[in-house]
Design a protein around this ligand. Structure first.
Ligand code: NAI
Ligand code: OAA
Length: 311
């Protein structure tokens, strides 16, 4: 018998997709298939990455394609296909165009990789996870969205910058949908185990919370032609890694919640255990009344967006 490497497909070979392929290959998570509708572009980027492999010393086959047959039997599929927003737009403005794209992509992926775990990145995130779940018919533990890892990473980076400490010692949690109503949780954010409220005055914490909420828009306004991609792609690949290596990391992800947090059957950002079984557990943490109210507002925003989707 011959053991096979794991296979990661990244759909959409744009900024987030190509960078995700880079992180996945550099970490030797498995072979990588990069697919896009633009002819030649995923092939070119895959070949370029293959040529980086001797320099960086990673062994992985990286293939670029426009044909879903090449994505067959993937273990994990990261979906980044879709339009990014431009300055002045909200993520929600992408709803209808990206619904069509994520629907087509998911149909093709489900056909060729019926056992894959799906990590959705396309925006508006929580609504696109709903689309991928409905269209694939996959069980909910195999469909999830990347947002909380990114939002928490931004919060962590801002905390480390503010306190002039190593990012390694900073943990943070962000709940809710990936939009203006997301809920960074200072009480559940720490530096080497010390709760953030013990280290910073409330007005400084509030400033970091606001910067985290606007983290995506801050970058969109600087780039002007697209949105963030280094941290988003690293975040998606860290979720893939936890699944492929059965690490069972606890990460904030857009996961299906029914009774959990009283959400009632939607995908929203909550703490989950990610392992070889995908979303192995949704962890319910105790929230103060004001945190609960903020989370509910965020869930309501996701619900009203999802209700506009026609598949
Ligand atoms: N969840 C999150 O936290 C984040 C989400 N995003 C979202 O990720 C998406 C991608 O962003 P970027 O990579 O910066 O955009 P991009 O424009 O650089 O890349 C998107 C790619 O998708 C491809 N594409 C379009 N329709 C397709 C289809 N039917 N099949 C296959 N490929 C298709 C395009 O040709 C393009 O290459 C956007 O919707 C963006 O809003 C971006 C950053 C963070
Ligand atoms: O801001 C955007 O449109 C992209 C995104 O979701 C993020 O960077 O958080």
């Amino acid at each position: 018998m011959r053991l096979k490497r794991k296979k990661i497909t990244v759909v959409g070979a744009g900024f987030v997709g190509a960078t995700a392929a880079h992180w996945a290959a550099a970490k030797e998570l498995g072979d990588v298939c990069l697919i896009d509708i633009i002819e030649g572009m995923p092939q070119g980027k895959a070949l370029d990455l293959m040529q980086a492999s001797p320099v960086e010393g990673f062994d992985a086959q990286i293939v670029g394609t426009n044909d879903y047959k090449d994505t067959a039997d993937s273990d994990v599929v990261i979906i980044t296909a879709g339009l990014p927003r431009k300055p002045g737009m909200s993520r929600d403005d992408l709803l209808f165009k990206n619904t069509d794209i994520v629907k087509t992509v998911t149909e093709n992926i489900a056909k060729h990789s019926p056992n894959a775990y799906l990590i959705i990145v396309s925006n508006p995130l929580d609504a696109m996870v709903y689309v991928a779940h409905k269209v694939s018919g996959f069980p909910t533990h195999r469909v999830m969205g990347m947002a909380g890892v990114l939002d928490a990473a931004r919060f962590r980076a801002f905390i480390a910058m503010e306190l002039n400490v190593s990012v390694e010692d900073v943990t943070a949690f962000v709940l809710g949908g990936h939009g203006d109503t997301m809920v960074p949780l200072p009480r559940y954010s720490t530096v080497a185990g010390i709760p953030l409220p013990d280290l910073l005055p409330p007005e400084r914490i509030q400033a970091l919370v606001e910067r985290t909420r606007n983290g995506g828009a801050e970058i969109v306004n600087l780039l002007k032609t697209g949105s963030a991609f280094f941290a988003p792609s690293a975040s998606a690949v860290s979720m893939a890694e936890s699944i492929l290596k059965d690490k069972k990391r606890i990460m904030p992800c857009a996961a299906y919640c029914d009774k959990e947090y009283g959400v009632g059957g939607y995908f929203v950002g909550v703490p989950v255990k990610l392992g070889a079984g995908g979303v192995e557990q949704v962890i319910e943490i105790t929230l103060l009344p004001e945190e609960k109210a903020a989370f509910q507002k965020s869930v309501d925003a996701v619900k009203s967006l999802v209700q506009k989707i026609q598949l």
